[in-house]
Design a protein around this ligand. Structure first.
Ligand SMILES: *[C@@H]1O[C@H](CO)[C@@H](O)[C@H](O)[C@H]1NC(C)=O
Ligand SMILES: *[C@@H]1O[C@H](CO)[C@@H](O)[C@H](O)[C@H]1NC(C)=O
Ligand SMILES: *[C@@H]1O[C@H](CO)[C@@H](O)[C@H](O)[C@H]1NC(C)=O
Ligand SMILES: *[C@@H]1O[C@H](CO)[C@@H](O)[C@H](O)[C@H]1NC(C)=O
Ligand SMILES: *[C@@H]1O[C@H](CO)[C@@H](O)[C@H](O)[C@H]1NC(C)=O
Ligand SMILES: *[C@@H]1O[C@H](CO)[C@@H](O)[C@H](O)[C@H]1NC(C)=O
Ligand SMILES: *[C@@H]1O[C@H](CO)[C@@H](O)[C@H](O)[C@H]1NC(C)=O
Ligand SMILES: *[C@@H]1O[C@H](CO)[C@@H](O)[C@H](O)[C@H]1NC(C)=O
Ligand SMILES: *[C@@H]1O[C@H](CO)[C@@H](O)[C@H](O)[C@H]1NC(C)=O
Ligand SMILES: *[C@@H]1O[C@H](CO)[C@@H](O)[C@H](O)[C@H]1NC(C)=O
Ligand SMILES: *[C@@H]1O[C@H](CO)[C@@H](O)[C@H](O)[C@H]1NC(C)=O
Length: 665
């Protein structure tokens, strides 16, 4: 009896151990995991929250595969359950559909996929981007006419973009096998479900979230949100000088945005602008050579966070108007860095959307602008002046602060963007018709030629602007550089230019650091850094100093070991450059008692989250669930009886040791 019971106890123990092992494996089999990174997430401004969040722990719903709008109406009419997650083709994501989904009250999430239809437009920006931060008459025009504005709405459920055809097929198969028949029995049978987990910690608005994050009573402080922001990149053609100097600013924006995390291609905006600016910088530097005797200087500026109410340009204007740009002026320092003030700017040229087009437009506020005539003289195509209002652009911020700055915006649109995918996941290489030619012959009708032509026109005009005479030298604009730059930003981060400026492989950097989304200030953006280094490389001066160190230290310069040229990546030489980064954080976060409702400065922040997860699984039918519950209950009752039985016989089963007091044992 003794031995027998002992064996039975061991057997029970073994069985239960085996069981837990089995159940773990069963759990893994039950769930199909997907890459959840491309989720919609939440941002906040001074007064509102926008974007999406799932429920805590994830939002679950029955998969409903949709090909046409009728499929959607069908489920609204016939859905017997209250939690559906439709999988819809991209073109169905419109205000109308969102309205339908919100009002039906049977949806707990949404998944987007790309089908074989060609998209005519897909942009969830507002019709007038940065509506609240522009000058008064800017938004009389619908610049982005097909913009739905969904990017700025508080969406009621999580949204996920499924861009992998295999995964899409899995969901579709699961739907066909388990869900797509006898909808009236949905409540009673086993169904295919998907769970979207993208829970956002921040709610309500930026000030609320900052206050909660700063609560001192909290022993274990939790951060609920971070300000949107990053770094601006700037460089000057000639060294800064103490005497008041006139500056021509050549500006472009650095960032784009979209509804989904991790997909920010930004081909037309901002990449065409960035590549044009860098090409101009390179050409202009070779035009002026070592001669520094010019009437005016050029300030190249790339602004970050412009998609979110002009974060970068607002900050630069704020710094300039306080005499803090590029750094606070310290007269008694050994080598004080001269400042650039708003009043030093004589001309502001901004590069907006510059994808291929038969005609380009120069937007300005008034006709007194002589730069148009200079441009026209150097133009390779039809160029038209549009007077009276500026499109949404960083120049707006400068003019608001200093109305007499003469500002022009160059773009390929008159009063409607030609880009149908502005600030969306589809503004990719195909949208500007880009192919990488890799040092082979580039066709004349390519984006590369178009960009090179624009850059040549601009550089020659800027030369006139800073020197007062036409360029007579024989330097040419570099087409191969244009090809390589587009390649870096659109196709391959480990491209030749990045190898030239930086030994480190950008591609190996952690996910998401390589992105044209402004991101949050606490995470450094490697692409901003690479673009800055590229600007330093193109505007830098080769020095003969073999050690390449900044000695005697001058805060004005930075020294870099970089490749000699694109054809000679392995030979490094020393560049002295006047490129630097400045903080692109909205002044709203610096001013102590800033009025968040005022809308004076950008107030955007981004919620924190733990993880993005998407998984698919089968929900058992209610009958099956009752059966499982019954089995579970029986097992529990049985085990109680067994434990009671063993306990009551424990003296027989276990004890051979004589009872004694604890101290003597
Ligand atoms: C915040 O965003 C919402 C929605 O886009 C907008 O209505 C509101 O005016 C914005 N508030 C501020 C202070 O910018
Ligand atoms: C798109 O077309 C391809 C080939 O014609 C087909 O294999 C694929 O399933 C289609 N995709 C969708 C989502 O319909
Ligand atoms: C998109 O905008 C253009 C220009 O306003 C308009 O002609 C066109 O009808 C719009 N397309 C849709 C589907 O609304
Ligand atoms: C779902 O079932 C309907 C009716 O049988 C059919 O027309 C439709 O193609 C099915 N959907 C999918 C995605 O298989
Ligand atoms: C703009 O006005 C300021 C004074 O308010 C002056 O110092 C500056 O030179 C003017 N700039 C131009 C470009 O006229
Ligand atoms: C760009 O986006 C379109 C639409 O989603 C897609 O068809 C195309 O394949 C994408 N191109 C690249 C190079 O990713
Ligand atoms: C570009 O050309 C070089 C040399 O011909 C080759 O090694 C490289 O693989 C090419 N790159 C691409 C992306 O085609
Ligand atoms: C080159 O570097 C050395 C220090 O290694 C320094 O003493 C010298 O001044 C530098 N020369 C120039 C031209 O910067
Ligand atoms: C440049 O390279 C030299 C020699 O390899 C090295 O001593 C120096 O520290 C490098 N300078 C910088 C700024 O990286
Ligand atoms: C460049 O940036 C560094 C680091 O922020 C700073 O110390 C230096 O003063 C800056 N120099 C100029 C000219 O802005
Ligand atoms: C450049 O350096 C790399 C790695 O050190 C080497 O593999 C490559 O052959 C070199 N290229 C040339 C043209 O010397």
């Amino acid at each position: 009896m003794n031995l027998k019971s002992l064996i039975s106890v061991i057997l029970i123990l073994k069985l239960s151990l085996l069981n837990t092992g089995l159940s773990e494996r069963a759990k893994d089999q039950m769930y199909e995991h997907f890459d959840g990174r491309m989720s919609c997430f939440r941002r906040l401004n001074g007064t509102h929250q926008i974007g999406c969040s799932s429920k805590k722990g994830g939002s679950t719903g029955i998969i409903h595969f949709v090909e046409t709008e009728d499929n959607l109406n069908f489920i609204i009419k016939n859905g017997a359950d209250t939690n559906y997650i439709p999988i819809i083709p991209m073109q169905l994501l419109t205000q109308k559909t969102m309205h339908l989904l919100k009002n039906a009250n049977i949806f707990s999430g949404l998944i987007l996929y790309k089908d074989n239809e060609t998209l005519e437009h897909f942009t969830h920006e507002r019709t007038c981007p940065n509506k609240l931060s522009n000058m008064k008459n800017t938004c009389d025009v619908a610049w982005n006419p097909n913009g739905t504005g969904l990017l700025y709405e508080d969406l009621p459920f999580p949204i996920y973009y499924l861009n992998n055809n295999e995964d899409l097929q899995k969901m579709r198969d699961c739907f066909e096998t388990f869900n797509n028949y006898s909808y009236e029995t949905h409540k009673a049978r086993s169904l295919c479900l998907v769970e979207l987990d993208a829970f956002m910690f921040a709610t309500i608005d930026t000030p609320t979230c900052i206050r909660r994050s700063n609560l001192k009573t909290n022993l274990n402080p939790v951060k609920f949100c971070d300000p949107l922001g990053g770094e601006n990149v700037w460089a000057t053609l000639f060294p800064l000088e103490k005497k008041q100097m006139n500056y021509v600013v050549v500006a472009a924006r650095l960032d784009t945005t979209s509804l989904f995390h991790g997909v920010f291609p930004g081909a037309v905006s901002p990449i065409t602008g960035i590549v044009t600016l860098l090409t101009v910088a390179d050409y202009l530097k070779r035009m002026v050579g070592d001669d520094e005797n010019y009437e005016k200087n050029v300030l190249f500026a790339l602004f970050n966070g412009e998609s979110y109410d002009y974060i970068g340009s607002q900050r630069m204007v704020y710094d300039m108007s306080r005499g803090d740009f590029p750094v606070k002026y310290e007269a008694d320092a050994k080598n004080p860095v001269p400042t650039i003030d708003l009043t030093d700017i004589s001309l502001f040229v901004e590069l907006s959307h510059l994808s291929k087009s038969g005609e380009i437009f120069l937007h300005s506020l008034d006709k007194s602008n002589t730069f148009y005539d200079v441009l026209k003289k150097h133009s390779f195509t039809k160029i038209t002046e549009v007077v009276g209002r500026l499109p949404p652009a960083s120049a707006q911020t400068f003019i608001k602060a200093q109305p007499n700055i003469s500002a022009v915006v160059l773009g390929n649109y008159q009063d409607e963007y030609t880009n149908q995918f502005y600030n969306s996941i589809n503004d990719n290489a195909s949208n500007i018709d880009y192919y990488y030619y890799n040092a082979t012959e580039i066709p004349l009708d390519s984006i590369q030629h178009f960009t090179a032509n624009i850059a040549e026109m601009l550089a020659k005009s800027l030369y006139v602007e800073i020197s007062g005479k036409d360029y007579k030298g024989d330097e040419k604009v570099r087409l191969d550089l244009v090809d390589e730059l587009y390649n870096c930003y659109l196709l391959d981060a480990d491209c030749k230019v990045h190898q030239a400026v930086q030994r480190k492989k950008l591609r190996e950097s952690p996910y998401n650091s390589y992105s044209l989304y402004v991101g949050v200030t606490v995470v450094p953006n490697l692409l901003t850094y690479a673009i800055g280094l590229t600007l330093a490389w193109l505007t830098g001066t080769v020095t003969s100093n073999s050690t390449c160190v900044n000695e005697p230290a001058s805060p004005m310069y930075q020294y870099f070991n970089m490749s000699k040229s694109l054809d000679n990546l392995n030979t490094t030489v020393c560049y002295r450059s006047i490129m630097n980064f400045t903080e692109a954080i909205s002044p709203a976060f610096l001013i102590d008692d800033y009025d968040w409702k005022s809308g004076k400065y950008s107030s955007w922040s981004e919620s924190t989250w733990k993880d993005f997860n998407v998984r698919m699984f089968l929900r058992p039918s209610p009958a099956h669930e009752r059966f499982t519950l019954a089995i579970g209950s029986i097992t529990m009752v049985m085990s109680i009886i067994i434990v009671y039985f063993i306990k009551s016989r424990s003296d027989v089963l276990f004890s051979t040791v004589e009872t004694c007091s604890p101290t003597s044992c």
